[in-house]
Design a protein around this ligand. Structure first.
Ligand SMILES: C[S@@+](CC[C@H](N)C(=O)[O-])C[C@H]1O[C@@H](n2cnc3c(N)ncnc32)[C@H](O)[C@@H]1O
Length: 304
C-alpha cells in the first residue's frame, strides 16, 4: 500500500497541525529520560524525525517501504540539509532495526501513526518488540501511537474522517474505511479521488491488512519484551486514555535493565500478563494505569 501511496502521504497528513499538536507531548516524554538519540521506527515520510532533528535530537528513521524512505530522504534534503543537519533514513522493517542500527544505541524509540498494527500475529509483534528493546539502552523510552481499536471494534467504527487537499487546480479527497474480516483482522482501505480543474474524478483504491490490537493484547506483549513502567494516554497531546472513547491508544514504556529469556518471565511479568486481560474486562485498567497527565484537547493529534 505504502509503496505507491508515499507520493500522496504528505498531502493526506496536515503536518503543520499534527506536529503542533503532537511534538510538545513527545518532547516532554523524551526529556523525562534525557533522550538525545532517537529512532523513529516506521517513520513514513520522516516528518516527526525531521522535526525532532530541528529541535536538536540526533535522529534516525526506518521504514519497511523503500518508497517512504525515498520520500523521507527527499524531505530531509528539502527541510534540514540546508541547516547542516543529517538524518539517517534506512529501509528496515520491524525485527530488523537492531541489525541495521546496532544494539543499545538509542535513548528513545518512536513507533507512531498506527504502524504497529501492520503486524498480523502475536509472534510478529513479539519479534518487533524484542527488536525495539534491543535498540534501546536500559531505561530507554518506547512510545507507541496506535488507534484505540477497543473503541473501533466496540462501535463498529468503519469510516474515518475524510481529508481534502488542494494544490493549484488539483483537488484530492482521501477516504478511509475498514472491512471487518471474519478472522478478526481488518482490511484498511484508502480511496484517493483526484481531479484537475473541470476534468472528471479519477479514483484509486489501495488496501492493506491490519491487526486491530486491543490494549489487553499490546500491554502484556510489551511486558514480555522487557518494557516496564507502562502508561497509556488517549492521544499524543497527553489526554487520559479511555477504553471506550479515546481516539488513540498511546503507550509509553521503559526498557528494563535486564530481561529474562522469553517464556521464562519472572513471577511479576507472568502475573501481570493475566492481570491485563482481567482488568480490561473489569473496565478498570484505563482508570488505574492511564491517568498520568492531561493536556488541552487537540483533536488534530488523533489518528482517527
Ligand atoms: C500510517 S504510516 C505511519 C507513518 C508515520 N510514522 C506517521 O506517523 O505518519 C504506517 C507506516 O508503517 C510502515 N510499515 C508497515 N509495516 C511495517 C513493518 N513491518 N516494519 C516497518 N514499517 C512498516 C509503512 O510503510 C508506513 O510508512
Amino acid at each position: 500500500m505504502y509503496e505507491d501511496f508515499n507520493a500522496d502521504y504528505d498531502r493526506f497528513v496536515d503536518w503543520q497541525a499534527r506536529l503542533a499538536a503532537e511534538l510538545p507531548f513527545i518532547e516532554r516524554q523524551l526529556q523525562a529520560v534525557d533522550a538525545r538519540r532517537v529512532l523513529d521506527a516506521a517513520c513514513g515520510t520522516g516528518m516527526h524525525a525531521l522535526a525532532l532533528a530541528r529541535r536538536g535530537y540526533a535522529v534516525a528513521g526506518a521504514d519497511l517501504s523503500a518508497g517512504m524512505i525515498e520520500r523521507a530522504r527527499a524531505n530531509a534534503a528539502a527541510v534540514v540539509a540546508g541547516e547542516g543537519m543529517r538524518v539517517r533514513f534506512e529501509v528496515a522493517g520491524f525485527g530488523a532495526l537492531a541489525q541495521a542500527f546496532g544494539a543499545g544505541g538509542f535513548d528513545a524509540l518512536l513507533c507512531l501513526g498506527n504502524s504497529l498494527p501492520h503486524l498480523l500475529s502475536p509472534e510478529a509483534l513479539a519479534e518487533a518488540l524484542d527488536d525495539f528493546a534491543a535498540c534501546l539502552r536500559p531505561g530507554g523510552l518506547l512510545l507507541v501511537q496506535n488507534r484505540n481499536f477497543d473503541a473501533v471494534l466496540a462501535g463498529g467504527e468503519r469510516w474515518m474522517s475524510p481529508q481534502a487537499h488542494r494544490e493549484g487546480d488539483m483537488e484530492r479527497v482521501f477516504l478511509r474505511f475498514y472491512d471487518f474480516e471474519p478472522d478478526g483482522r481488518l482490511t484498511f482501505n484508502m480511496v484517493v479521488l483526484r481531479r484537475q480543474g473541470a476534468q472528471g474524478w479519477e479514483q484509486r483504491v489501495r488496501s492493506t491488512r491490519l491487526w486491530p490490537m486491543r490494549q489487553a493484547e499490546l500491554m502484556p506483549a510489551l511486558e514480555a519484551a522487557g518494557f516496564g513502567e507502562l502508561a497509556c494516554w488517549g492521544n499524543l497531546a497527553g489526554e487520559p486514555f479511555d477504553l471506550r472513547d479515546s481516539g488513540n491508544l498511546v503507550v509509553e514504556g521503559r526498557r528494563r535493565g535486564h530481561k529474562e529469556t522469553r517464556g521464562q518471565g519472572d513471577t511479576e511479568t507472568r502475573g501481570r500478563e493475566t492481570q491485563w486481560g482481567a482488568l480490561v474486562e473489569m473496565g478498570v485498567l484505563d482508570r488505574i494505569r492511564c491517568s498520568k497527565s492531561a493536556a488541552s484537547a487537540m483533536p488534530a493529534t488523533n489518528i482517527r
